[in-house]
Design a binder for this molecule. Sequence first.
Ligand SMILES: [Ca+2]
Ligand SMILES: [Ca+2]
Length: 411
Amino acid sequence: MDGTLADADGNNALTSHGDPDLASAGYTGRAAGLGDPQDHLSGTVPADTSKNFSLSAWAKVDDGGADRAVVAAGDGTAFSAGLYFDAAAGRWAFGMTTPDRTGLRVAHSQAQAETGVWTHLAGTYEFTTRTLTLYVDGVRQGQVTGVDGWQASQLLVGRHRWNGAEVGGAPGAVDELKVYARTVNEDEVRQLAGQASLRGHHRFNEGTGAGTQDEVTGTVAPLSGKTGWEVDGDDTSLRLNGPDESGQEQDGEAYVSGAAPGIRTDRSFSISAWARLDTDAHDGKDRTVVSLVRDGSSLLDLRYSGASKKWEFVFGGTTVRTAYRAELQEWTYLTAVHDKAKAEVRLYFNAIYVTSVPFTGGSAETGSTVEFGRLSPATAAGSFWKGGIDDVRVYAGVLSEQQIVAQAIRT
Ligand SMILES: [Ca+2]
Ligand SMILES: [Ca+2]
């Protein structure tokens, strides 16, 4: 759904009806914006829905006032299987109709559906156990057994059909639609729902001037306090509390306050950063590399801890720390992950060593700004970074271990 209606191989193109907005902002890149009841897409179903199959999509329903069809397989009379928002129940649903097209078997989400936020939906059907299962954001919800499917001919996005009538239009936006001719398992669904989408990226490659650009949003953030640049061959990075013009070491007020990456911390997210702590010795001060700040207060903090002398990710009263002491004056690659489907937070140190602790919580706010080099509310007494910061990325979703290793290069 990145501006074209063909699949990832350039095949199976969908036909558009009404006036879908193919340039609307997606979960990743662009999505199909289906804001009007006439807007929908159709094509052929690349799976037999009387056998094993699965449907997967990201959906953002803006108006929960009526049923909203996300994706369905059907014929001219009814849908055979579909993922949708069920307005009467206020919940996400995966439904399959009986082969005579008169009955509906449906699994609902356990919690009320949230509108206005990208949500991952997956529906799977297993022929041998005659079981349909709904997953929301990678977590298994309802399951119905004793279900028989029937083979549909048409794939519909943003549209259902029931008793010959078109129903369930205007779902909002749909992205990353996937149809499988097999039963996708729970681990795979978790990976689909954890798909990482870059929402902020500071390379700190300007090397001059008083601002730094987020390559995703284009926003330029001003450098504040004792903040400057370090150019070392091809590597350019941010330097906080470096030596002053007379060569004297500095400490204290130095930070950069950037744009809001638009992530919700109650959903999965990942933050990766390079950091080099330039103190001569392990002192007792906490030092913040990256923080997300809402209304002047840090929601989370990726830092060096003066108490443990280790790297820590502090989030909602939970702390996960590296097993090893932080190395001073060495570039270190840190990745913090909130994996909602696994209900844990993880901290990766140099891409290889990982520690994790259980976590549930976070904030539904999306307006939190990213800050480098301090904890908020800032105090002159501590938490200001001293050293280098480079290549900070903020993602919605879960960075996989392969992705963390693959980008373990300072840019
Ligand atoms: Ca997309
Ligand atoms: Ca850089």
